[in-house]
Design a protein around this ligand. Structure first.
Ligand code: ARG
Ligand code: GLU
Length: 719
């Protein structure tokens, strides 16, 4: 969404009108659909009402939408708490249950009965109960002459009052989220389930078919789904895991349609998009695409090469690093697409032109030199943003760094004579509990190579005024071999090199032993990374950022004012949203048209037993040959795998239900196309498509491939 200036509005009206019929930018608040979007949605073909989507008084579709693990979306599809989400959203859980002997990642997993469903420590399922605009209450008493500190303190007080309830347990969540950079506040009340079990997952060469090669790309053939179940206590309330818990009975579950879709059909996506930044000024976009993204892309490429080399050689390492690899690869590829898209759309130039016009308007409307001030601050912020990226990409995301640093929780007690025994024991216990999990997915050679790459990169940090961590500063002039030697030496003297040693050390830990941790070279490395961040980066970063926040609040307010009469959708902020659009082709390049759906045919076409990402299961091939698709075949006789539509989605929308005009489930959202990944910053209705796995393909896999008919029987399927 670009800032639209009055003068250009007239010109744009024609364009906007023609676009509404095709593609819809924006992710909208369910509680405002009735007022803002319903008639538009119905004009585009929707046949249900806004109340059927969101209501607080009666069961509505929103009661079937789940925030899954905080980072994905899932949906309830049966009376017994059955959940569908993406394979990549369940990936960590599937991976954690996987070993060489029970390799669920490779072979898939299907619980044959409730008893066989696998609990997942730490996994949550959150269901929104209601949302309410509380802007007036949050801003009560705020006066224009107040300084920011006073303003914030009063707001904090107001927010505290508003979020106090009779039930402040972890099962009942009341939070207030800022919208439009603090121009609007909305209260979200949810219930949180902690007993969420793994029910089924296809093998990776279905659930992750195409892997990171096809990730963020269309045409796509990924069966990106997995199945979980929410359990509740005997009164159907959220509870911690217990054997006694029984399947949750939801207020609403989604009906599933086997009807498929045609081009131009209405679709909507209901889920939890994480972050978009559609209203940023050009200077901020410049930091992202010209400074931060290039560094991250380059370093991640190196990390990926290192992991891939060892994963290819050793199946154990493949399991250990598969989730880590996928995480690194996902960001890497997205940012490449984002940079290309921003360039192609000419976003920075376009925003600059608009900002010039805005500056004139602003002066006459009491906003002063807002753009100039923002530009200055973003320039001052830039080196610190880059420094923070160095800390995160070359430090924090390095698992060994984060793990070693976690020992600071016990080491810090030990210098003191008087220690709080209870807290101390708790810290020791938590470390004890983390060791096994950490080393399950740790290979020292891979880790050493990764460290080499990240240290080499860190020593090349271009900003001279911000120091790099003291431990690695002396390595600035060293070559790769010398750094290798340095790393080898460090590990040879470290307890972190040996799981058994470390476990033993912590098993018999007493506060007098803190020196062993403090003197450990890996611990020292980790500490120096964090210390450097705390001492030289964090405060300036926060300081500039908070000044920017104040200006962005005003800038956003101005953008709303300029666009008076035209509703601007709020940026995504991990709150429940509805996006809507149509099933549509697109033209990625001159002369090329991408069709809106793919089929099993394409899987067979892509098959290559030599390449991990393109291995096809024998059984799937047999089903293809015998065309045994049952009722899941499309009217054209083929097995549709994925389809695209013009719904505006973002990270966090993974696993979101894609619904048809009747509000029935037709697929699970799992990705965007590469040409469209800049949509977090700038949406292009011609290029941006969300990618969905066809629900009929998921059911076909569950039924025909996995033979888990009991799950099919549980669901509400409309032929
Ligand atoms: N790109 C999708 C998303 O952002 C899928 C990521 C998981 N898949 C993968 N091959 N890494 O989450
Ligand atoms: N794969 C993304 C996720 O995990 C969704 C795709 C996107 O970013 O649009 O949320």
């Amino acid at each position: 969404m670009q800032l639209k200036i009055q003068k250009t509005i007239l010109l744009l009206v024609a364009v906007i009108i023609s676009l509404t019929l095709n593609a819809k930018e924006g992710m909208y608040l369910p509680m405002l659909l009735k007022k803002i979007n319903a008639s538009d949605m119905q004009a585009m073909g929707m046949r249900i009402t806004a109340e059927e989507i969101y209501s607080v008084n009666q069961a509505s579709l929103k009661d079937a939408i789940v925030h899954f693990g905080g980072g994905c979306t899932a949906e309830l599809v049966s009376e017994k708490g059955l959940l569908l989400t993406n394979h990549h959203c369940g990936y960590r859980s599937i991976q954690k249950h996987s070993t060489i002997e029970h390799d669920y990642l490779t072979d898939g997993f299907w619980a044959k009965s409730l008893e066989e469903e696998l609990p997942n420590d730490g996994l949550t399922a959150t269901i929104l109960q209601r949302m309410e605009d509380v802007t007036a209450q949050v801003l009560a008493g705020i006066k224009p002459e107040m300084d920011e500190k006073e303003r914030q303190e009063l707001m904090d007080k107001n927010i505290k009052k508003l979020t106090q309830t009779d039930d402040n347990s972890k099962f009942h969540l009341v939070e207030i989220k800022a919208f439009y950079y603090g121009n609007q506040y909305i209260l979200m009340e949810s219930i949180v389930f902690y007993d969420v079990r793994l029910v089924g997952s296809p093998p990776s060469n279905i659930g992750k078919f195409g892997g990171d090669t096809d990730n963020w790309m269309w045409p796509r053939h990924t069966g990106d789904f997995s199945v979980f179940r929410i359990y509740a206590d005997k009164d159907n309330n959220p509870a911690d895991y217990s054997k006694e818990n029984t399947p949750y009975k939801p207020k609403k579950h989604l009906k599933i349609s086997l009807q498929g879709y045609q081009p131009e059909d209405f679709t909507m996506v209901f889920g939890y998009p994480g972050t978009t930044q559609e209203y940023l000024p050009s200077a901020a976009i410049q930091t992202i695409v010209e400074v931060v993204n290039p560094f991250k892309i380059d370093l991640r490429r190196q990390k990926l090469d290192i992991m891939a080399e060892q994963m290819d050689k050793d199946p154990k390492i493949r399991i250990q690093y598969s989730a880590k690899y996928a995480g690194v690869a996902n960001g890497w590829k997205k940012w490449i697409g984002e940079n290309r898209g921003i360039k192609r759309l000419n976003t920075i130039q376009n925003k600059r032109i608009e900002e010039k016009e805005f500056a004139l308007w602003a002066r006459d409307h009491g906003y002063g030199d807002l753009i100039q001030e923002l530009n200055t601050l973003y320039e001052q912020l830039r080196p610190y943003e880059l420094a923070a990226s160095y800390f995160f990409e070359a430090g924090y995301y390095q698992d060994i760094i984060r793990f070693a640093y976690s020992f600071q929780t016990v080491a810090k007690f030990s210098g003191k004579k008087e220690i709080d025994q209870e807290k101390f024991q708790l810290a020791v216990k938590s470390l004890k509990g983390s060791i096994k999990g950490f080393y399950k997915d740790f290979d020292i050679d891979v880790e050493k190579n990764l460290l080499n790459a990240t240290i080499s990169a860190y020593t090349k940090f271009p900003e001279t005024t911000i120091p790099i961590p003291s431990t690695i500063a002396p390595l600035k002039s060293k070559n790769q071999e010398e750094i290798d030697e340095w790393i080898d030496k460090m590990f040879s003297k470290s307890i972190f090199a040996d799981e058994a040693k470390l476990a033993n050390f912590i098993e018999n830990y007493s506060s007098g032993k803190f020196k062993t941790i403090q003197k450990d070279p890996v611990y020292q490395l980790a500490l120096s990374y964090y210390q450097n961040y705390f001492d030289h980066i964090m405060n300036p970063l926060l300081n500039y950022q908070s000044q920017i926040d104040v200006l962005m609040r005003k800038y956003m307010q101005a953008q709303i004012e300029i666009n008076a009469g035209q509703y601007l959708f709020p940026d995504a902020n991990s709150t429940l949203r509805v996006s809507y659009g149509k099933v549509e082709n697109y033209e990625p390049r001159d002369g090329v048209i991408y069709n809106y759906f793919t089929t099993l045919e394409g899987i067979i076409e892509k098959e290559n037993p030599e390449i991990y990402d393109y291995v096809v299961e024998e059984k799937l091939k047999q089903l293809y040959i015998s065309k045994d698709y049952g009722r899941y075949a499309d009217a054209d006789g083929s097995m549709h795998t994925c389809f695209i539509a013009s719904n505006h989605t973002s990270g966090g929308n993974s696993g979101s239900p894609v619904l048809n005009a009747e509000g029935h489930l037709i697929g699970l959202n799992f990705d965007r196309n590469w040409e469209g990944t800049m949509s977090d910053l700038d949406y292009d209705p011609n290029q941006c498509r969300n990618i969905t796995v066809d629900i009929r393909y998921c059911l076909f896999i569950i039924d025909k491939f996995a033979g888990a008919q009991h799950l099919i029987e549980e669901m509400d399927i409309i032929d």
